[in-house]
Design a protein. Structure first.
Length: 381
């Protein structure tokens, strides 16, 4: 009987340890998922407020109700440990920069302060404190160090300042020389675009719809000192031209229509445009690579890399599609034409989505780069 009882106890302990480990694993996973959804700066703001609240309550209760004060101190320690974990994660995510150096220093001071707080609390409860104010000072020191970390993170994640609502009118030039007229080629490319116009139907005109969305994205920024925005805008325009030509060519071959549908005069123009789009995507990749090298935030760099990754493969696909269309030039095979157009549509939608996502991710990264290293300026209109 004793042997069976002993086996039952061991089995129960093993089951309990297994359940405990499963609970810990799930709790850590849940905490990790929550941390991914909450900005570190927002977490620090709330943590600093809660530490101050619990710390002030502990100071008020330490002499009248030490037991309750200990509960408040335990909460301060628990929050501080989470702050240290979040700070460690932020340090792992951040490359070499002044922000990281300051964060390391503040983290070291906070770790030292929370250890001193534990010692001061025990000495005060046991009546061994040499300084009656040591407990209050230790709580204040913990709060101040959390506040320093919070200020660093909030400053690092500070959003862009809003643009002024009313810009001053330009000063008229009375006797100045006349302004140089715009370059005809630039004038031709930078056509007016109405961001508030209704978007083309995504079913009836999928390429035009994707191009319109990309134009809406690029229209948010000034193109001056930003080759990425210029390249993205040109990609949208060229895909719009390509969609018109593809639709027009099918009408010519199917119905015998002779109406001109686009700026292209032949299949050769369309193939040349595919080559130009591929060259423009390489420009965007080059600009994005430069931004990622200078951005200290590893999470944003990873997001930029994920946005940019499909671009190279999609450019190669576009090159293949152009070659297929070139091989079929002068012939009409309805099944081949439909298949090639479907391939072109899917490729255009995915490529322009990748370009749009890359522009957004690049702007986020550029905010973190100091002005001396940032050569690509994202100036919103």
């Amino acid at each position: 009987n004793l042997s069976r009882l002993s086996e039952a106890v061991v089995s129960t302990q093993s089951t309990g340890d297994l359940v405990k480990q499963q609970w810990i694993t799930e709790a850590v996973r849940l905490r990790s998922d929550v941390d991914k959804c909450v900005k570190p700066s927002d977490f620090l703001v709330e943590s600093e407020r809660k530490v101050k609240e619990e710390g002030d309550a502990a100071k008020a209760l330490i002499n009248s109700n030490p037991k309750e004060a200990m509960v408040k101190v335990a909460m301060v320690q628990k929050i501080t440990n989470r702050v240290l974990e979040v700070t460690d994660a932020e340090l792992d995510n951040t490359g070499p920069c002044d922000y990281r150096v300051k964060l390391v220093d503040h983290r070291k001071n906070l770790d030292k302060a929370i250890k001193q707080c534990s010692v001061a609390t025990n000495e005060h409860i046991q009546g061994k404190a040499s300084d009656p104010k040591a407990f209050d000072k230790s709580i204040t020191e913990v709060h101040m160090n959390i506040n320093r970390i919070k200020d660093e993170m909030v400053g690092f994640y500070l959003p862009l300042p809003p643009l002024p609502e009313d810009l001053p009118p330009p000063i008229p030039e009375e006797d100045g020389p006349p302004t140089r007229p715009p370059n005809p080629s630039d004038e031709e490319e930078e056509e007016e675009f109405d961001v508030n116009a209704p978007a083309p139907d995504p079913v009836e005109a999928p390429i035009e719809h994707a191009a319109f969305k990309l134009r809406q994205e690029t229209a948010k920024y000034h193109e001056e000192d930003n080759g990425m925005i210029t390249a993205a805008r040109k990609i949208a325009q060229k895909f719009q031209q390509m969609a018109k030509y593809t639709k027009g060519r099918r009408e010519i071959l199917e119905l015998g229509s002779t109406e001109e549908k686009s700026e292209f005069s032949s299949m050769t123009d369309m193939i040349s445009t595919c080559k130009e789009i591929i060259a423009l995507t390489k420009q965007i990749q080059k600009h994005a690579d430069l931004i990622s090298k200078n951005c200290p935030d590893k999470r944003l760099v990873l997001s930029l890399a994920n946005s940019m990754e499909p671009m190279g493969m999609l450019s190669q696909q576009l090159n293949i599609i152009a070659s297929v269309k070139a091989a079929a030039c002068g012939k009409y095979d309805e099944a081949a034409e439909v298949e090639a157009d479907e391939m072109l549509t899917i490729n255009a939608q995915n490529l322009m989505k990748s370009v749009r996502d890359t522009v957004r991710a690049s702007e986020s990264c550029s905010v973190k780069i100091d002005s001396a290293s940032n050569k690509l300026k994202f100036k919103r209109k």
